[in-house]
Design a binder for this molecule. Structure first.
Ligand code: BV8
Ligand code: ZN
Length: 242
């Protein structure tokens, strides 16, 4: 667990920061019971990312990919935001318009907790996109039909998720760049730092002179370039930064 001095130092920096940008990964939702991807209980342990989270996989076997997402939707539907999600909502409230939260998570827990200044850069598991007419809708049906189709054009629906090999949405990339270029404090919480472009955000923040703080259970490829590394669970550490 991070020492009290480190936590005090991080809290002081956060209190004096003008523009705070935050990046979260699966680690912040682990404390809500949502499995991470690459940990011991990781999702990728049971399935291989390339078998499921790619457009080719969906093309090849949409039934299998939907089976995986239906399983995750059913699981996530039973989970609640934890104190780390809640603390970030309070941070946003205090910081007003000089705060932005970038999440790689698709579980929607930041939204449920009340975060509004938020970019869900890998999409949201509660939304679907039509492969025919492209319409995007929120759909919380559990379970979805094995091969769900569009009410408007009857084409196959796909999860509104950015898969490997797919580009992030332009507006998300623009908003992330704006939040990174303008920040003087960048806080990275619960990400293994292997998936790009998110994995490159810490060095972008560093290049603009921001102070970079990492919260994780273990060290990551970004740990060498961060200014402060707080080791511990997000649900324990994030509330202590308020
Ligand atoms: C793109 C949707 C342009 C699926 C996801 C070679 C080099 C560099 C890049 C590439 C390359 N080859 C291909 C690429 C690009 C590729 C990429 O980065 N690949 C990596 C694997 C090398 N990226 C892309 O394709 C992206 N698009 O770049 O477009 C382009 C276009 C064409 C070709 C090339 C480029 C799209 C990336 C999005 C992929 N979609 N998710 C789904 O979720 O169903 S990624 C997936 O990983 C999740 O979204 C997840 O959010 C993300 C990152 O994982 P983490 O959140 O970090 O979770 P993880 O389990 O890994 O780690 C958890 C961490 O939490 C750990 O560190 C753990 O210690 C910590 N932790 C655990 N418990 C706690 C905790 N911390 C605190 N408290 C706790 N309690
Ligand atoms: Zn349609």
């Amino acid at each position: 667990m991070a020492t009290d001095d480190l936590i005090h130092l991080a809290r002081t920096h956060l209190a004096s920061a003008r523009n705070v940008t935050i990046l979260t990964g699966a680690g912040i939702s682990a404390d809500s019971g949502v499995p991470t991807f690459r940990g011991v209980d990781g999702l990728w342990r049971n399935f291989r990312a390339e078998d499921l989270a790619t457009p080719e996989a969906f093309e090849r076997d949409p039934r299998l990919v939907w089976e995986w997402y239906n399983w995750r939707r059913e699981l996530i539907a039973t989970k609640q935001p934890n104190p780390a999600h809640i603390a970030l909502v309070e941070l946003e409230r205090r910081a007003h318009d000089t705060f932005w939260l970038i999440t790689q998570n698709v579980d929607g827990l930041h939204r449920t907790a009340g975060s509004q200044r938020l970019s869900e850069i890998h999409g949201n598991i509660w939304k679907v996109r039509c492969t025919g007419c492209g319409v995007i809708t929120e759909n919380r049906e559990i379970p979805l039909p094995v091969l769900p189709t569009c009410r408007l054009c009857q084409a196959l629906l796909r999860p509104y998720i950015v898969w490997f090999g797919e580009s992030l949405r332009e507006e998300d990339l623009r908003r992330c760049d704006q939040a990174l270029q303008g920040c003087d404090l960048f806080l990275v919480i619960g990400t293994s730092g292997v998936v790009y472009p998110a994995a490159g955000f810490a060095s972008v923040a560093k290049d603009v002179g921001a102070l970079v703080i990492e919260i994780n259970l273990e060290s990551t490829p970004q740990s060498d370039l961060v200014d402060l590394s707080l080791q511990g669970r997000a649900k324990d550490l994030v509330p202590l930064l308020l």
